[in-house]
Write a protein that binds this ligand. Structure first.
Ligand code: PBG
Length: 310
């Protein structure tokens, strides 16, 4: 009898490889034979434009899905925040793993915090979500585009192109680069994006052999929290080019609190719309209902007017 070998399609950045190897190790521990198939996506190739201009974060996942479609691979490991709200027909998010630190972090060679940055300091980030939240706190900052994988971004900082950059703590921690973090932003101070810090494993909906293994890796509290976060984005139109923050956390009482913020995509100086909703959440339907409730509060404040041009 031959044992089937499973293949994980992955991007080739150091972070993507770390994440794919992490899942490979978890599946090997369950007795499966697993190898990696590295590939370059359009999101990795196009580095001179912001993602929202070239078709969004979905660019990071499309090629991996094609490899699965063709049978060259059976699984794709994604940073959940890069996964579009709706997957193509025939694909499912079969597992969301326990979340790493969801916070954003400030990295700088010279300054210890956002408040320590001088007037007009140059801050690198290409995330509209980060831009609008930074501008609402520090309108004087000059925000500069910053794309590329983590090593590239840190190199640009070290070369002096920026006074500070803002990155997800999760990626830095996974690569052992968290020693470079000068300030962690609280999740209410700089609300993370939906899914930040969590890994999602995508397979074909009919890959029955893999299901029990992925069920065993899944982390239900993270699944429910990120389901609420992703539902906000879906309810507002699902585009990843919107400056939307959505983060849910479990309280000691077992209730889920969902904090959201929406900035204006073209005029980052306009007021942030915010909504925070809380509920006891026992299943995916309740998590998504919580997300839709927060989205409705944002809509009542004018979210649709903010988003009409994206
Ligand atoms: N958008 C790119 C991306 N996708 C996932 C991470 C970090 C890991 C994570 O949030 O899970 C990053 C880098 C960043 O935003 O700084």
């Amino acid at each position: 009898m031959t044992t089937q070998e499973f293949v994980i399609a992955t991007r080739e950045s150091r972070l993507a490889l770390w994440q794919a190897e992490h899942v490979q190790a978890l599946l090997r521990a369950r007795g499966l034979a697993v190898r990696l198939l590295g590939m370059t996506t359009r999101g990795d190739q196009i580095l001179d434009k912001t993602l929202s201009k070239v078709g969004g974060k979905g660019l990071f996942v499309k090629e991996l899905e094609t490899a699965i479609e063709d049978g060259r691979a059976q699984l794709a490991v994604h940073s959940l925040k890069d996964v579009p709200m709706e997957l193509p027909e025939g694909f499912v998010l079969a597992a969301v793993l326990e979340r790493e630190d969801p916070r954003d972090a400030l990295v700088s060679t010279r300054f210890d915090s956002l408040d320590a940055l001088p007037r007009g300091a140059r801050v690198g980030t290409s995330s509209l979500r980060r831009v609008t939240q930074l501008k609402s706190r520090r309108p004087d900052l000059v925000i500069e585009p910053l794309r590329g994988n983590l090593d590239t971004r840190l190199r640009k900082l070290d070369e002096g192109q920026h006074d500070a950059i803002v990155l997800a703590a999760a990626g830095l921690k996974r690569l052992g680069l968290d020693g470079r973090i000068r300030q962690y932003f609280g999740v209410d101070e700089m609300i993370p994006c939906a899914g930040q810090g969590a890994l999602g494993i995508e397979i074909r909906a009919d890959a029955a052999m893999l299901r029990p293994h992925l069920d065993a890796l899944a982390h239900r509290p993270t699944w429910l929290a990120t389901a609420a976060e992703r539902a906000v984005s879906r309810a507002l139109g699902g585009s990843c080019s919107m400056p939307l923050a959505a983060h849910a956390r479990w309280g000691a009482d077992g209730e889920l609190t969902l904090s959201t913020a929406l900035g204006h995509p073209i005029h980052p100086e306009r007021a942030l719309l915010t909504a925070s909703e809380r509920a006891a959440v026992a299943d995916t339907a309740a998590a998504e209902a919580l997300g839709r409730r927060a989205a409705a509060v944002l809509s009542a404040q004018g979210a649709d007017e903010y988003l009409k041009d994206v």
